[in-house]
Design a protein around this ligand. Structure first.
Ligand code: NAD
Ligand code: TDX
Length: 332
């Protein structure tokens, strides 16, 4: 039995990990989350009260963080400002949470010596050309494009420095694009699923041919738990599931599932600096830690995700109108 502190556990991937840990281990879990617009407490309903506790608070609050680190054995750090489009409109909270917040946690890890796992993204590596046979590996140079990805890259570099200079017992994982239940409707897949439910045509940025490498959030969670249990201190592990798809292909699947024409979408204003393609080589995680993804069939994963949004309208409906207003202001 381990006492785990999970930051950002009321968000999409953090809450998935909370469920995963409580279902698959004997660990006790505390979530630290400041409940920004991206959080949803409904994502944490139904958890076993004896093994789960929620603390509302900011990862930049050193006093609060210190107290929590004193009473836990390990921390998994998910909390972040996570949306690229928001980072282009207002980067300040990205610098604060992603950089200052990570710094605050690392200082507490340095003081207490507890195990620290840092959640990051493949976007720190920049993007690949469409016809490039290469995929990102753990040794690809950092080259982030957006305020979001640059603050995530900076946070990774802080972790590496705190390992090397202060002996913090940390690991880092950089994962590709996640999909699955309980993702905020600002993100691509839930936005298009809920648009279709509302009878609105999906919106593709630019020509819709940008490529993302999709992984189901449950597979991300199983990989993180594996790294927490068996990863080598100081190492970085890439997490992926061979899920490369153009944005158009994804929207076509969503339209097909709803019985609509495959081209019933609109092309809208492109994202400034829009990364072309991401692709992950996850062989280190497979070869060193024996991890494999379970969700190999993207079409089936998308179908079950669509079903979840159809069956859980009360979860996403309160955020939908405000999210679409933000997009409308940007012509998207
Ligand atoms: P999300 O936006 O859904 O959730 C973020 C959570 O962090 C929210 O609950 C929010 O309230 C909380 N939070 C934000 N600022 C905070 C602060 N200062 N103090 C405490 N809590 C705070 O994000 P997500 O998509 O679940 O991403 C989680 C992590 O995974 C991030 O670090 C992100 O960079 C990383 N990641 C995401 C993806 C993806 O596809 N979504 C892929 C790879 C890595
Ligand atoms: O309406 C849309 N139309 C569209 O074409 C939206 C919201 C997005 N897009 C495109 C932009 C991207 O090419 O879809 C793709 C995915 O967009 P997002 O869901 O915003 O994800 P992305 O920018 O790729 O970043 C995501 O994956 C990596 C997460 O939001 C990050 O937190 C994670 O680090």
């Amino acid at each position: 039995m381990r006492r785990l502190l999970i930051t950002g556990g009321a968000g999409f991937i953090g809450s998935n990990f909370v469920h995963y840990v409580l279902e698959n281990t004997d660990d006790h879990v505390t979530v630290l989350d400041s409940l920004t617009y991206a959080a949803n407490l409904a994502s944490l309903e139904g958890l076993p009260a004896g093994r789960f506790r929620f603390v509302e608070g900011d990862i930049c609050d050193a006093t609060l963080v210190d107290g929590l680190f004193d009473t836990h054995d390990a921390v998994v750090h998910y909390a972040a400002e996570s949306h690229n489009d928001n980072s282009l409109v207002g980067p300040a909270p990205f610098v604060q949470t992603n950089l200052v917040g990570t710094f605050t946690l690392l200082e507490a890890a340095r003081r207490t010596g507890i195990r620290y796992h840092h959640i990051s993204t493949d976007e720190v590596y920049g993007d690949l050309e469409f016809d490039d046979p290469a995929r990102f590996t753990e040794s690809t140079p950092y080259n982030p494009s957006s305020p979001y990805s640059s603050t995530k890259a900076g946070s990774d570099l802080l972790v590496r420095a705190w390992v090397r200079s202060f002996g913090v017992r940390a690991t880092i994982s950089n994962c590709s694009n996640n999909y699955g239940p309980r993702q905020h409707v600002e993100k691509f897949i839930p936005r298009q699923i809920t648009n279709v439910i509302d009878g609105v045509r999906p919106r593709l940025y630019g020509d819709g041919l940008n490529v993302r490498d999709w992984i189901h959030a449950d597979d991300h969670s199983s990989a993180v738990l594996r790294i927490l249990d068996a990863g080598r201190i100081g190492e970085t592990y890439l997490i992926g599931a061979d899920g490369e798809k153009t944005n158009r292909e994804v929207v076509e699947l969503i339209l097909q599932h709803a019985g609509l024409a495959p081209d019933a979408y609109d092309l809208v204003t492109d994202r400034p600096g829009h990364d072309k393609r991401y692709a992950i080589d996850w062989s280190k995680l497979r070869d060193e830690l024996g991890w494999e993804p379970r969700y190999r069939d993207f079409g089936a994963g998308i179908e079950s995700t669509i079903d979840w949004y159809r069956e859980n309208e009360q979860w996403w409906r309160p955020q939908k109108a405000a999210t679409e207003q933000k997009y409308a202001a940007a012509g998207q």
